[in-house]
Ligand binder design. Sequence first.
Ligand code: ADP
Ligand code: MG
Length: 347
Amino acid sequence: MDEFDIIERYFNVLTSSSPSVLIGIGDDAALVQPSANQSLVIATDSLVENTHFSSFTPADAIAQKLVVSNISDLTACAAIPKWATLSLTLPMMNESWLKAFSQSLHQQLQHYGISLVGGDTTKGKELHVSMTVIGECQRSDFLSRHGAQVGDMICLCGHIGESALGLSIEQHLREDANFIINSSHPQVLERLLHHFYYPQAQVEIGRIMKDYASTMIDISDGLLQDLRHIIRSSQTQDIPLGVNIDFTARFLSDDFKQGVKLLFNHHGLSKDKKIQNSEQIALTSGEEYTLCVTLSPTEWKRLQQDQHKGLISTFQLYTIGEITDSSRWIVNGCPLELDENLGYRHF
Ligand code: ADP
Ligand code: MG
């Protein structure tokens, strides 16, 4: 089987019959038809073996993570994803891997209504998967990272932290295949691992939030680090910005709280991270894809009212802090040094 057979067998079948795809997989390039009066929104994300996932990570999880990390970037801009290209670098031909990967990819693309329109397939030393997603939104709907103002509330559209525990569980499993089975609460560990392997993008919440939020970002590198992107993009020389976060156990899921107990008591989390408490794990946990928004108190009130009136769907919205007018970061009453390890960084 060569790369043309791979494309034909596993990926050409994924090309959809969407009327917006004029020419899909199989030509030199794809031809797509954007909707009238829409701007194109484009994002790329790559996953590299031994950096973003391990040889232990199932193929279907890699596919889901790839699609969701891409979709989530568009979601955070309030755009609607429509087309995608896939770049695959494979160290060897592994049909069962390709089958599981392409099936999961197909299922995820269908779930989010995206057509695969092209890609590239090569051989290389390490497994490397990369996706570009192209979506649409009205120019005025695009929600960027700049626009946060003093007094804005900082809110999370769901829990965070479970991915860090899922990663820790995977690391334990690599050393001890019975790690979950031998635990006192195997279902909790199963769910945390599942959350880490099979994330979801908050597409609908992102579309709702565009009408209320001043900025929005998806938590891919850890809340503190991603929030720093918002601050850096939003502040000006005249108006430095800071944050005051009050992050309490109320914002943590039951699975997370139980998982921390299980992982801490018996095995301890990764030693290099200087983890002092469970809030810190949650604040630095990446690959969550939970949306974090800033919005003015007036818009926050309007959102609550609209939810109450049934004008928009209800979802969890946790107010964790506010944007302040100093360049200081206060987390649970303590000043935070910004060069501390806030989340994941490659270099
Ligand atoms: P070229 O040599 O012109 O770049 P390729 O042989 O790389 O063409 O690809 C042939 C067709 O298959 C192109 O339409 C390309 O977009 C598509 N393709 C290649 N690899 C993939 C992939 N992994 N997933 C989806 N489409 C792919
Ligand atoms: Mg090519």
